[in-house]
Design a protein around this ligand. Structure first.
Ligand SMILES: [Zn+2]
Ligand SMILES: [Zn+2]
Ligand SMILES: [Zn+2]
Length: 274
């Protein structure tokens, strides 16, 4: 299974609009991996994770092939993960003939998309309501088995993390979430071992509490439990992702910390195969 990280920042992006902090200034000066757009990822060139306002930019920068991309899983409806106004471009008047894009979103994201997009006029694009704990299939011939689980994030945004399995490989996309709830641990245990885990690292090394988002300290604890419950082992690829400039570390500085523990720091354009 291949995953490409298209955007790797939290809501503000790095550099953040209006900001003059040290991290943003370095990103502005150096560009490259220091520069982060809002979170989105793509699996096997065909399964999109989230639909942020930077989707247009990701399409232009990475030449996304819309003849391959058929499905989009929404984690929750904060605007850095779901910008429904741009989903309206699926209407033929904006984008002419194209492959339909099917959205999967939990309650509040579902409602926002339905309010914004006239799905009857979108050349076959559609939407499915997902619920934490209820498995579904996505992709050509239902090749992806997807289990949404409740995320520890603002409840009003119907937040979920996604466990995605395909052709004997399993991936966990855990953004935005704090340390997992017990019912989420139960769901993960039923899934089994992960080949790749992408973890929320909004706070970089340290943050105030275990809710809504994580930092490296929280991730260490989560990984320890995942290893003890045989959900991860030494061969599991661990990616730190979804960074805020307010975490206070640059890409380069974050890499120094993560490398000590065999973890990978995401950047826009990072591609991994497991
Ligand atoms: Zn976010
Ligand atoms: Zn800043
Ligand atoms: Zn969020």
């Amino acid at each position: 299974m291949k995953i490409k990280f298209l955007g790797t920042a939290a809501y503000e992006g790095v550099p953040s609009l209006f900001c003059t902090c040290r991290v943003c200034q370095k990103a502005m000066k150096e560009g490259g991996r220091e520069l982060r757009s809002r979170s989105q990822a793509l699996i096997n060139d065909e399964l999109l994770l989230d639909f942020p306002p930077d989707t247009v930019w990701h399409f232009q920068r990475f030449c996304l092939d819309w003849t391959k991309i058929g499905d989009c899983l929404i984690t929750h409806d904060h605007s850095d993960h779901l910008y429904p106004e741009d989903a309206l471009m699926a209407v033929e008047a904006y984008s002419n003939q194209h492959r339909p894009l099917h959205f999967y979103a939990a309650q509040s994201g579902y409602e926002k998309l339905m309010a914004c997009v006239p799905f009857a006029e979108t050349a076959g694009a559609g939407i499915s309501l997902v619920e934490p704990g209820r498995r579904f299939t996505a992709g050509e011939g239902g090749k992806y088995s997807v289990l949404p689980l409740r995320a520890n994030h603002e409840d009003a945004t119907s937040p979920v993390i996604y466990s995605i399995s395909c052709e004997g490989k399993r991936l966990l996309y855990a953004h935005d979430t704090g340390v997992f709830y017990e019912d989420t641990w139960k769901g993960l245990k039923e899934e089994g071992r992960y080949d790749l885990i992408s973890m929320d690292c909004t706070g970089c090394l340290e943050k105030a509490g275990p809710d809504y988002h994580m930092c490296l300290r929280d991730i260490r604890g989560v990984l320890e439990r995942m290893r003890s419950e045989k959900l991860a082992d030494e061969k599991t690829t661990v990616v730190l992702n979804h960074f805020s400039h307010n975490g206070g570390l640059t890409y380069e500085e974050m890499c120094r910390e993560a490398e000590k523990e065999g973890m990978i720091v995401s950047y826009d354009g990072l591609e991994l195969v497991v």
